[in-house]
Ligand binder design. Structure first.
Ligand SMILES: [Zn+2]
Length: 193
């Protein structure tokens, strides 16, 4: 099972990788399944239809995913690539406590397969943590009975797509996991490692 469950495209403000190219490249590397997870960061970026003027920084808009265009593009590519790769509809929600209601509303608006909840910002400011989630945390999760694990590259450009997935599968197996997950309409689907 080769699945990348954390993938950005041109619909993220920090990527210009066209979604068609992402899918084409994933097919080329024999990926079985891919979940597109572009960024939404309420409080930091505006929605395209918010009514306020979108700010541009280094040629990239400080805006969330253009939702209708995103959903249409995923639908189109699903049809186009049927039988070649399974494409799932996801997003990466950069959650802050005060923006949760906005995410809940967005979640209700569209049929998602999978959502990544990330903490990227605190008090509307960007912040990055170092690798706080290395093997040890995953091992503890497994020892506590946790089974739901997806693997994703967090790819933003071509040389990152699918990166490290095989290695992550091997590491998970070594620390005791027997399965990895993909998602279908927000429900986990287990696959033997
Ligand atoms: Zn990401």
């Amino acid at each position: 099972m080769f699945a990348d469950y954390h993938v950005h495209t041109e619909f993220s403000d920090d990527s210009i990788y066209p979604m068609e190219d992402v899918i084409r490249d994933a097919v080329r590397m024999n990926m079985d399944e891919i979940c597109i997870t572009d960024h939404v960061d309420y409080g930091v970026k505006d929605d395209w239809d918010s009514g306020s003027e979108i700010i541009w920084r280094n040629g990239e808009p400080l805006a969330n995913v253009d939702y209708p265009a995103y959903m249409d593009k995923i639908k189109l590519l699903k049809r186009q690539y049927e039988g070649k790769i399974r494409i799932k509809t996801g997003m990466e929600f950069g959650v802050q406590t005060h923006t949760i209601p906005q995410f809940e509303a967005l979640f209700r608006r569209y049929p998602f397969d999978f959502i990544i909840l990330s903490v990227h910002q605190v008090e509307n400011k960007e912040f990055w943590t170092q690798d706080f989630q290395k093997g040890r945390t995953q091992k503890e999760y497994n020892e506590l009975g946790g089974e739901i694990v997806t693997i994703g590259s967090d790819s933003h450009k071509p040389d990152q797509l699918g990166y490290g997935i095989a290695e992550a599968q091997k590491l998970l197996k070594e620390i005791g996991f027997q399965k990895i997950c993909t998602f279908e309409k927000m429900n986990p689907v287990m696959h033997e490692l």
